[in-house]
Design a protein around this ligand. Structure first.
Ligand code: SF4
Length: 180
């Protein structure tokens, strides 16, 4: 299957398939007897091996990463700033998560020429983006749909997941076994 990396194409398909993506989300939430985490992690390893994040950096242009207290301490120390200075200059309190912050602008103020200028001090949320290697995929489907139109890795994994799940179900229904 082709790996799509064109951000305009991905955004446009995201609009076209919005309804399908929400339906697939509902379907996945009710799916039992399938090790979704294992399937997603395998797809993630394959897709991400074909995509160079440093050529994309669209997450840093479109997302508001979340920073907890530990991230704030680490990032401000990495920048040789006091915590208060760092918060005042670069952060706003999160509307969605208690005791957390977001950067005060998008694109991220630390993105320059598609690179993170404070890569070693970046928050945990940036380090683990797009979060597909984590467990409990079904609990994070809202953010998967949000990231589908932003991150080529998420886009390609979600599309492959549709094929994989439907193929598996087809085999089980028709043949009564699992695909090789
Ligand atoms: S801190 Fe670095 S990795 Fe995180 S959003 Fe900003 S530029 Fe991207």
């Amino acid at each position: 299957m082709k790996i799509e990396t064109n951000l305009e194409t991905i955004k446009s398909i995201g609009k076209e398939k919005e309804e399908e993506n929400w339906k697939f989300r509902s379907y996945l939430k009710d799916l039992h007897g399938v090790d979704l985490d294992a399937i997603v992690q395998k797809l993630y390893a394959d897709v991400s091996s074909h995509i160079d994040c440093t050529q994309c950096a669209n997450c840093c242009r479109a997302m508001y990463p979340s920073l907890d207290e530990e991230d704030v301490v680490a990032f401000s120390s990495h920048m040789n700033k006091s915590i208060e200075e760092f918060i005042t200059e670069y952060l706003i309190e999160s509307n969605e998560e208690k005791n957390k912050y977001n950067f005060n602008s998008v694109p991220c103020p630390f993105l320059a020429e598609n690179k993170c200028t404070h890569y070693a001090g970046r928050p945990k949320d940036c380090k683990s983006y797009p979060h597909l290697q984590k467990e409990n995929f079904t609990f994070r489907l809202m953010s998967v749909i949000e990231n589908y139109s932003i991150c080529p890795i998420v886009f390609n994994v979600y599309e492959r997941l549709k094929t994989e799940i439907w193929r598996k179900l087809m085999y089980e229904n028709i043949i009564g076994g699992s695909p090789a």
